[in-house]
Design a protein around this ligand. Structure first.
Ligand code: URA
Length: 272
């Protein structure tokens, strides 16, 4: 790869662990040496206590169990996608797409999974193809939390049905969690629903099936990532902590071949 990384020019013997840690922004070299001496750093699953240890770009380094990204050419961005934007880098139909939000970045970013055009909320953009592939793969089943404004007043029985599960035309579906948040104007209700399925339009279809069509839908969480107060249409880089969390989540899956219990599903696909 021609991009500059923590490792700079490839050194066949690798770079010193504390130098790689410092260059990746985890801590200064001195603090990195302390972390190593304290037994808080692993390389490929083994605790390393000698600071002189050399590591290669392919080695998996963790600090306190959280993976670090040593390739500084990789960028990870959170977008609060507005309604009306399709989750694609180039919409053939000429509809507003994600390029509006990626054109100011030097890196060639693309989206991890998709949201319907009429769903807003948390979408990850990155140039890390491996991570994007793992997180968006159906077998990975990252948990996602949505807030839906739905028609009508949602009963406790309806919430129970969502978490017990039921059949849709493409098979059984169950929410990991669901709760009523309260009433909204015009007799509508606000519902929070968490699920790890990536099937097309899944939240809308589930809520339709229980008699409460969605009026508005927002994704608030994607795995460990929270939308927080990021305004609609704005982007921000993931923090080191957030990045460590998603790398830690994805790494065992990158190394394994497949797995998970949610196979055969499609990742979210935008609607109209
Ligand atoms: N479920 C939906 O119905 N739409 C989305 O955009 C994501 C999940």
């Amino acid at each position: 790869m021609s991009d500059v990384s923590t490792f700079g020019e490839p050194n066949p013997e690798g770079e010193r662990l504390q130098k790689v840690m410092a260059a990746s922004g985890v801590a200064s070299r001195r603090v990195s040496e302390d972390l190593i001496a304290q037994g808080r750093v692993t390389v490929n699953g083994e605790i390393v206590e000698e600071p002189g240890r050399r590591v290669l770009p392919t080695d998996l380094i963790t600090v306190d169990g959280t993976a670090i990204q040593t390739d500084t050419s990789k960028r990870y961005v959170m977008l609060n996608k507005p309604v009306g934007v399709v989750s694609s880098m180039a919409d053939e139909g000429g509809r507003p797409d994600l390029t509006e939000f990626t054109r100011d970045y030097e890196e060639r970013l693309f989206n991890v999974g998709r949201l319907d055009a009429n769903t807003s909320g948390l979408l990850v953009l990155t140039n890390d193809g491996d991570l994007a592939h793992v997180l968006a793969h159906p077998s990975f089943g990252v948990s996602k939390t949505y807030i839906a404004k739905v028609t009508g007043s949602v009963s406790a029985q309806t919430i129970a049905k969502l978490t017990k599960g039921f059949d849709l035309e493409d098979g059984f579906i169950v929410a990991d969690k669901a709760r009523m948040l309260g009433a909204a104007s015009g007799g509508a209700s606000m519902v929070e629903i968490t699920l790890h399925s990536g099937r097309n339009h899944i939240v809308r279809r589930m809520l339709d099936a229980v008699g409460h069509p969605v009026v508005e839908l927002v994704r608030r969480q994607f795995g460990p990532l929270h939308l927080g107060s990021l305004a609609v249409g704005r982007t921000r880089d993931l923090t080191k902590v957030e990045l460590g969390q998603i790398l830690t989540l994805s790494r065992p899956h990158e190394q394994a071949s497949g797995g998970g219990d949610d196979t055969g599903e499609e990742e979210d696909v935008e609607g109209d």
